[in-house]
Ligand binder design. Structure first.
Ligand code: COA
Ligand code: MG
Length: 325
């Protein structure tokens, strides 16, 4: 439809195979990225029964300081047994401790020398490109298989936001020779607010600039953007409001701390039925008008031209990718 080559907003990997381009890795949705404390086997066992896009076994803030070793051992046990199967595909991730702690190397060793690797590693408190270099250097001691893992980078301080473009450039450049593909940026709102001295409010105005910047840079580097945790996990209306806000801003998913949040989040990070109908109708009308030589036209009372057509394409592409994942 569009003669300009379209670069997808939603990263999957295609490679050339003869003259054809084939998809070698499909899009991995992370509408809900759910934390499960790594030392809590009951919660781990429950998490893999849930219909959730991404299960993140946590070594970091969800685990007490005196339970770090227990968490590592439990996570290693899960990985050694092979990725638990569910009735659909999902991302099995491990969040290690940050590189400025005494724990992260042991966390990495425990999960990267297990019999089976996780699909992704969540790296908290990325402060600068030096964090990425240190992480990749350390992982090169362990990952020997040809499997590529996704790298999910946490941006949660003023310094990290100042260095954000550099962090992403470094991760993208080094990914060519490493075992990691930079796949997502995560906004760590509570650490961020603590770092800048902001007070959390219900409308989240204090995080607006940071959230917008995170989405902008993530999309510039073809990565997913994962929004903040809603910590009042029994307030479903508040959660829904914040999901809708994040979706409108361009986030592709949200961090989740409780099973009760999963369905609301996952339903929020796909287009609604009325958005799908709007987009499908618009695309049909766009083609008809293009064929008649009209670049701009009216659809449901609004002027439509190429940029709106691209937004409609995003809606249809996202729903197809999530359905087929
Ligand atoms: N992953 C998997 N299962 C979870 C879960 C999680 N994150 N949180 C709760 N559950 C399970 C409980 O074990 C319980 O299971 P059951 O019905 O089989 O007994 C069920 O869901 C209901 O849980 P509930 O009793 O409402 O909550 P809780 O008191 O057990 O736990 C929290 C509340 C907040 C402590 C818990 O949700 C949690 O630890 N969340 C993750 C926190 C975290 O990782 N923080 C760091 C990242 S921000
Ligand atoms: Mg944090």
């Amino acid at each position: 439809m569009n003669s300009v080559r379209k670069i997808s907003l939603f990263p999957s990997i295609t490679r050339k195979c003869g003259s054809a381009k084939v998809s070698v890795r499909s899009y991995t949705p992370r509408r809900a990225l759910m934390y499960v404390p790594g030392d809590d086997l009951k919660k781990i066992n429950k998490s893999v029964t849930l219909d959730v896009d991404c299960v993140t076994l946590d070594c970091e803030d969800g685990v007490a300081v005196n339970k770090k070793e227990q968490a590592r051992e439990a996570i290693r046990g899960v990985l050694n047994a092979g990725k638990p199967t569910k009735n659909r595909n999902y991302d099995l991730s491990v969040r290690i401790n940050s590189c400025d702690t005494i724990y992260w190397q042991d966390d990495l060793k425990a999960c990267l020398t297990a019999k089976f690797l996780p699909d992704s590693i969540c790296l908290p408190k990325v402060e600068s490109s030096a964090t990425i270099r240190a992480f990749l250097e350390e992982t090169s001691n362990y990952v020997t298989s040809t499997k590529k893992l996704d790298l999910i980078m946490y941006i949660e301080s003023a310094q990290a936001f100042i260095n954000l473009v550099d962090i992403c450039k470094t991760a993208a450049e080094l990914s060519k020779e490493s075992h990691f593909t930079p796949a997502a940026l995560v906004f760590g709102s509570d650490d961020f607010c603590a770092n800048i001295g902001a007070t959390r409010t219900e409308d989240s105005l204090e995080t607006l600039y940071a959230r917008q910047k995170l989405v902008l840079v993530a999309k510039a580097f073809h990565m997913q953007a994962i929004d903040m945790v809603y910590i009042k996990y029994q307030d479903f209306e508040g959660l829904k409001r914040q999901c809708e806000q994040g979706m409108r801003m361009g986030f592709t998913g949200k961090q989740v701390i409780h099973p009760g949040q999963v369905a609301i989040v996952q339903e929020s990070f796909v287009p609604t039925q009325s958005q799908i109908e709007w987009a499908a109708g618009l695309l049909k009308s766009f083609t008809e008008h293009q064929n008649r030589g009209k670049g701009a036209f009216t659809y449901k009372g609004s002027m439509i031209d190429m940029p709106t057509m691209k937004q409609a394409e995003n809606v249809i592409e996202l729903i197809k990718l999530v359905k087929n994942a």
